[in-house]
Design a protein around this ligand. Sequence first.
Ligand code: GAR
Length: 195
Amino acid sequence: KRRVAILVSGGGSNMEALLASMEGDHPGEAALVLSNNPDAGGLRRAAARGVPTIAIDHRPFGKDRKAFEDVLHATLEDHRIDIVCLAGFMRVLGSSFVERWRDRMLNIHPSLLPKYTGLHTHERAIAAGDEVHGCSVHVVIPELDAGPVLGQASLSIQSTDTPDSLAARVLVLEHKLYPLVLRRFLDGKTDRVDL
Ligand code: GAR
């Protein structure tokens, strides 16, 4: 089995969906949940499932992103991690770290990439008058939210939608899409899947 690490900053609902999907017959095993935020709810949820957790607080590193990422990398190596899944990990990762995990790191993003990289994606989709919105799982490359898309799930924006209502409905799709794409990726399937 490939050893999978999941990186979270917050509640970790995508992490939870990934962990649940890896229970039982699966090409990956949940080897580590790591957070830059010691208070992340995701750390508690992972521990409750018996998955090893580590917090590496980014704050003591200040502006020295390289030093933070060196510790991150060393920790992943220590745990013999094969694949990294970013799941609501809200630190931008530098190109040297990303290059070290080239083709071994996935991310989920709450928009139909290439639309709306970065933050406030739901608000921006509504403001643009989009009829369709959704989420994407992609391979991480140094350029933010720009790597090859492995899968997308979409929905229709309703006239009554607010950024919060849209975020909640997209999140439900994220929980279906990410486990599906991770399994396919570990099975060597790199053609894109659409839900
Ligand atoms: C998810 O919607 C994820 O797509 C988004 O943060 C949320 C995390 O929720 N990620 C990004 O915006 C990455 N820039 P979760 O902690 O419940 O999985």
